[in-house]
Write a protein that binds this ligand. Sequence first.
Ligand code: FMN
Length: 189
Amino acid sequence: MYLLAIHGSPRKNGNTEIFLNAFISGLDPTFFVEKVRLAELKFTPCLGCEKCEKTGECILKDDFSILAEKIIRADIIVVATPVYFYNHTSLVQAFYERFQVFWVRKNILKKPHPFNKTPLGILLAIGATRGNKLFDSLKRSFRYVLDSIYGIYGGGLFLRGIEKKGEILNFPQYLEEARELARYLKSLL
Ligand SMILES: Cc1cc2nc3c(=O)[nH]c(=O)nc-3n(C[C@H](O)[C@H](O)[C@H](O)COP(=O)(O)O)c2cc1C
């Protein structure tokens, strides 16, 4: 089982990274896990050039090219992001935009998933405020992104009221929930 964990906050060792690390620590040791901090990669958003509509390949050759290989091999993709202006961060937005090549392969070029996978998507998100709709936009985007790789949205964990760096450590129950969700994944195998 290959699990690709994407950390989408620019803040290293911040709340979402601590949360994601707790999740990873709960995973079964038989899982092959790779964690990627988007802030450490160099890649641009989609250019909208439409070249992929002819070739099925993205013309951009940057760090996302390496990630693209991981994405199509993943059985589970976890995206961890703080809420920024009622959405995911711009790092995550740029990451999602690069799924356009997968969207094109599926919906225009009518290609199947190269490994016939239906990856499971898990979302971990944290915001400082408490609004009912705080995570709606993040969930909607993630579902749409997953659909481009024949993936299925499996839900996630959504934390409100956490703002300052490291504040999540005041809520050990949330870290336990992350480990619990990770442990639960094994039962799906
Ligand atoms: C640019 C920016 C925009 C933010 N926008 C929101 C927001 O719309 N709603 C919210 O609840 N929190 C918002 N926050 C707060 C973060 O979601 C919160 O501090 C979170 O715990 C940061 O996680 P991190 O430590 O992993 O970066 C924002 C923070 C920043 C820096």
